[in-house]
Design a protein around this ligand. Structure first.
Ligand SMILES: [Zn+2]
Length: 451
């Protein structure tokens, strides 16, 4: 497939913008970049897509999300409003995830995937919970991802909040799915697996130990870390140690592990995250919504912590997350120099690409270059001021919008063309989702604890 008449944003290092560019895709790989004139002459037989002068760039990557939360949109929480994050967990997320059946899991994934294709998010690292439908839940999500054609990394969150049997079932589900992905030689595929853990505050010493023992060599963990102070208080009470120290002691950290949030970590915990090369993901929309605080992202990045950007189940519109991050750290620090566009790009583009590629080894992701995976989007953006590779981050923050994305391609396959979905039936999925969500909401209220 030959894409021509495009302004190519490569997100290479350094980033380049190639006016009137063209790229050739063979199977799922970008094999050549050049000017439109050259490439059309060299490959006259190739199937062509005329980008019509749009920007063509790598698809966005989401480093931490929850497909299972899709049915929370518009749902009422009975009784008084939760006053803090622990109450949000007890009154919203925990009763909601208990209400999910495998069919709900399928449709909450499908609606999230429709949203991702439409908004140009081509790789998603998901963290799943459905404590009354654990066995096989990752297969159901994997089926939906297969159908959508996107790229995803899946795991099941192990927790003690449903008792020992469910903790064991969670461990089994992760191990089974990791093995299945290994057997399927998933390194050539679009789906990968990791091992999910909820958070230190719902994991006992013995469960952490069991997870460490169960995990295959070379596989890391995906866990929430110090999202709210409660995680630190709980850890100190349980183990006498802060969360990151506790997880380090249990062998949970490392280059293949993801610690989501890290809002309340102290200086030594930041050092440990850096020393162990653990990935830390930042989700500013969620942090603001839950009123948990602003992670010290500038400081952590300056210390050398590897940081990526996720959305924690908010819309799979990653530029919205960029904009929120860009604004949050300025107001939180009362300093307009905080979290500038270039640092934002380091987190959201380069670091996310490195994190995603670590799950699909051997081939780069998130860059337009020879030999990279062909995951890309077309953006119908008409700059009203000069746009260069240097000021692109600020054009994205102040000018780009996901509604400008017209075409989404993953692994060389067109998933949306001129805003028309090619792999998923949005009408059918949304109709079914509305019907299922209504039933989930009815079950949900039966699980909400009394005030
Ligand atoms: Zn999360």
């Amino acid at each position: 497939m030959l894409i021509h008449n495009a302004k190519l944003i490569t997100w290479g290092e350094p980033n380049e913008i190639l006016e009137d560019g063209s790229l050739l895709i063979e199977d799922d790989i970008i094999t050549e970049l050049g000017t439109s004139a050259e490439m059309l002459e060299t490959y006259p037989q190739a199937e062509r897509i005329d980008a019509g002068g749009q920007y063509v760039m790598p698809g966005n990557i989401c480093a931490h999300t929850h497909f299972y939360g899709a049915f929370a949109r518009g749902m009422a929480i009975p009784g008084r409003a939760p006053r803090d994050f622990p109450e949000i967990l007890r009154k919203l997320w925990w009763p909601l995830d208990q209400s999910l059946t495998l069919e709900d899991v399928r449709y909450s994934a499908l609606v999230s995937l429709v949203d991702a294709i439409k908004h140009g998010t081509t790789t998603l690292i998901d963290h799943h919970a459905s404590p009354n439908a654990i066995d096989g839940s990752l297969d159901v999500i994997a089926d939906a991802v297969e159908q959508a054609g996107l790229r995803a990394v899946l795991c099941y969150e192990v927790t003690d909040r449903g008792g020992e049997e469910k903790a064991q079932a969670g461990i089994r589900e992760n191990i089974r799915f990791l093995q299945r992905m290994k057997d399927a030689n998933a390194s050539n595929g679009r789906i990968a697996a990791t091992f999910g853990l909820h958070a230190s505050l719902t994991l006992s010493e013995s469960t952490l130990e069991a997870c460490r023992e169960a995990v295959p060599k070379g596989v890391g963990f995906h866990i929430h870390v110090a999202e709210h102070e409660a995680d630190e208080y709980d850890s100190l009470e349980k183990s006498g140690e802060r969360v990151v120290d506790r997880l380090h002691k249990h062998g949970i950290l490392g280059v293949n592990s993801i610690a989501a949030h890290a809002v309340h970590v102290d200086a030594r915990e930041v050092e440990l995250l850096k020393e162990t090369e653990t990935w830390v993901t930042h989700q500013p929309r969620s942090n603001m919504n839950n009123a948990v605080g602003a992670a010290r992202v500038d400081s952590m990045m300056r210390t050398g912590v590897h940081m990526g950007l996720g959305n924690d189940g908010f819309m799979n519109a990653m530029w919205e997350e960029w904009k929120t991050a860009y604004l949050l750290h300025k107001v939180a620090n009362r300093d307009p120099r905080r979290f500038p566009g270039d640092l934002l790009v380091e987190m959201a583009v380069y670091n996310n690409a490195e994190l995603a590629a670590s799950f699909f080894p051997g081939v780069s992701i998130g860059v337009l270059e020879n030999g990279a995976r062909a995951d890309l989007i077309f953006v119908d953006y008409h700059a009203t001021t000069p746009l260069t590779s240097g000021n692109l981050p600020w054009h994205i923050v102040f000018g780009f919008h996901e509604s400008m994305i017209t075409t989404t391609i993953v692994a060389g396959r067109v998933l949306m063309r001129n805003r028309e979905l090619q792999t998923l039936d949005e009408e059918e999925i949304t109709a079914k989702s509305r019907e299922l969500a209504k039933q989930v909401w009815e079950r949900y209220v039966t699980y909400v604890p009394a005030d």
